[in-house]
Write a protein that binds this ligand. Structure first.
Ligand SMILES: [Zn+2]
Length: 120
């Protein structure tokens, strides 16, 4: 259900940026999703398809860029990706770390098809 609400949020963002009469021209929505954002991308794509199936947005596809989870250590200054999602520093083991990236979920671009030239 989490992914369904995210898919609804994406639809809201499209509504804010694209006029209704251009919905059928939406080709793709680019997203950045952190590895530790807690989002199952397959579920999100499924939810989005289900929500748009009977709408002018049915041609739109999600293009997801995964962002690695990176922590920066305040003790030793190391900044390193952490595949496990553990926030402890991979070098010195300190938990005095700051999350640099990997928890974001952002729409970065909405791509539209070129409209058909009128009267062609
Ligand atoms: Zn460290």
């Amino acid at each position: 259900m989490h992914e369904l609400s995210i898919a609804n949020n994406i639809l809201d963002i499209i509504r804010q940026h694209v006029p209704v009469d251009q919905f059928s021209l939406v080709k793709s929505i680019r997203l950045k999703i952190g590895d530790q954002a807690g989002v199952v991308v397959d579920s999100l794509e499924f939810s989005f398809s289900a929500l748009t199936a009977e709408s002018p947005l049915r041609g739109a596809r999600l293009e997801v860029e995964r962002i690695p989870f990176v922590v920066s250590c305040r003790q030793c200054g190391e900044s390193a990706p952490s595949e496990s999602g553990i926030v402890a520093c991979p070098r010195c083991g300190s938990v005095e770390t700051t999350i640099v990236s990997g928890t974001e979920l952002r729409v970065t671009e909405i791509e539209l098809l070129e409209p058909e030239p009128e009267g062609a």
